[in-house]
Ligand binder design. Structure first.
Ligand code: 2BA
Ligand code: 2BA
Length: 109
């Protein structure tokens, strides 16, 4: 078995949830925060058999899209002024950041 951890944008999470259920995948959704933008995103944990991993990845790919987001400048407040960017910067977020991990044991009590 594998554990798929997928960080997706909140806007895509309902669609992805539905697609996973429709395709008979079990998943757990966590409300998470991106370290860089410091805004909310959603992390899916999907435990599944090895042979279904590719299908799960395809579903994630099909249901999550990349979007540009503006990063507002934050004053360094006594921090390192060298890295201070005084104007908003656009970054591309997502579709999805995905990790696939081996599962040593899976138990369901
Ligand atoms: P955030 O950390 O809020 O990052 C949002 C977007 O900001 C990133 O999109 C990337 O385009 C940009 N970004 C992040 N760190 C940056 C940096 N040090 N310098 C310049 N730009 C930076 P994505 O790469 O698509 O990532 C979306 C979210 O996925 C991230 O939200 C984070 O929650 C998660 N993520 C991405 N890579 C990860 C990793 N290696 N480990 C754990 N979580 C990760
Ligand atoms: P939920 O996804 O809300 O599922 C609650 C219960 O609904 C499940 O109990 C199961 O009895 C039923 N269920 C879920 N998906 C189904 C499906 N596609 N078809 C028929 N019945 C379904 P549990 O199996 O005890 O799971 C409890 C919670 O544990 C789940 O909440 C989910 O958050 C997590 N979970 C279970 N299996 C998982 C897996 N393989 N990967 C990630 N999270 C899992």
């Amino acid at each position: 078995m594998k554990l798929i951890i997928a960080v997706v944008q909140d806007q895509d999470s309902n669609r992805l949830s539905k697609a996973l259920v429709d395709n008979n995948f079990r998943a757990t959704k966590l409300a998470t925060t991106g370290g860089f933008l410091k805004s909310g995103n959603t992390t899916f944990m999907i435990g599944t058999e090895d042979i279904r991993v590719d299908r799960a990845l395809q579903i994630i790919k099909d249901n999550c899209r990349a979007r540009d987001q503006l990063v507002a400048p934050v004053s360094p407040m006594g921090g390192n002024a060298d890295s201070f960017v005084p104007y908003p910067v656009e970054v591309e977020v997502g579709g999805a950041t995905v990790f696939v991990l081996p599962i040593e044991q899976f138990m369901h009590f």
